[in-house]
Design a protein around this ligand. Sequence first.
Ligand code: PLP
Length: 411
Amino acid sequence: MSKYNDYIYDTIASVSPRVAEILGNEMNRQEENCELIASENFVSDAILAAVGSCFTNKYAEGYPTSRYSGREGRYYGGTQNVDELEEYCCNKWREVFNTDYHVNVQPHSGSQANFAAYMSVLNPGDTILSMSLENGAHLTHGSSVNFSGKLFNMVFYDVDKNGTIDYFNLAQKIAIYNPKLILAGASAYPRIIDFKKIRNLIDGVSDKYYRPRPYFMVDMAHIAGLVAAGDHPSPFGLADIITTTTHKTLRGPRGGLIFCKPELAKKVDGAVFPFAQGGPLEHVIAGKAIAAEEACTPAYKEYIHQVVRNSKAMCDKFIELGYDITTGGTDNHLFLIDFSKTHPNLTGKMVQDELDKHNITLNKNCVPNEKRSPVQASGVRIGTAAMTTKGYKEQYFIDKAIEIDNIISHL
Ligand code: PLP
């Protein structure tokens, strides 16, 4: 680990040997393990430093005063520096995605961002059309154990037998259910999502039935880095509201962002604070600002291109080794292995647990038309963003595929 990590360790050890001991173990784990969890990454020392900075001491409920034409925006005094920080952070994120959308950088996480985004334009009981959890969506996209499934009337569009979004079915569901919001985006979907097509379907069905246009929301948490680097089509200009996390392919601190068309700005801001959250995490906002600066660099774009090349190389190797990959491949930073046909006695959990023993970290995942519970699952999800940050290229990922195959063959 870096000198900066040594400094953090020593500073903590001088006060709490026990916390330092646990931290040291985690530092070693992160250093030694092959990290293939598709939603994780390793941030720069500058981001680590920002998140550990004195911005954590400041309360700043509200928004930079300048945002609403001079009206008092914050609930506390002493916010001149965090006001500047937050404005700078917002501007930088607009630059990353080359957009004039409004942006709120305060969501504490992706889930908080989605909660606020829904509540900015919906009321409890309204209908949301989304992808289902079994087919690759996130808990906040309508799972019955999540606020989304409890608060809203969730209906789901299908994937075809290979796991690819069935756009025809999506259009049919819009016509049948007349949802108030249509959500695109996923946690475990390896293919390009055609935002333009979805926009056209929404508009087409609305015109045909003389209905007002439903809101189109995109949760690009997983693919945001690819959108920033031009490796995935952008939802900007098409979606009304766009949410993301900052800690996956964007390689920033743990947190969320909400972008929206300018006319929804006040609704979105009000839904984040005071509705869903209290004081913003200004130390994390400092980290988000640095992540945005990093994402604007050519080096970051090259990093994302390499993430995608690595993902394809590893995925192709698994195909060559006889594995069943949902949708038959990948266009992005992740792919899913489905054991249900090739290894019917294997569960995703068995594979995850065995690989853990070999210092390879990934997660079990449901596959399309899943027959097992999510606790066991019939597949695993593999992502290349974290290990690409460590500098690894295609050959490393090909070798890891061979190693994983070897481990699985002994199960
Ligand atoms: N949206 C998507 C698509 C995700 O994959 C995730 C997390 O994995 C989230 C939202 C939620 O993010 P968080 O864990 O920060 O709440």
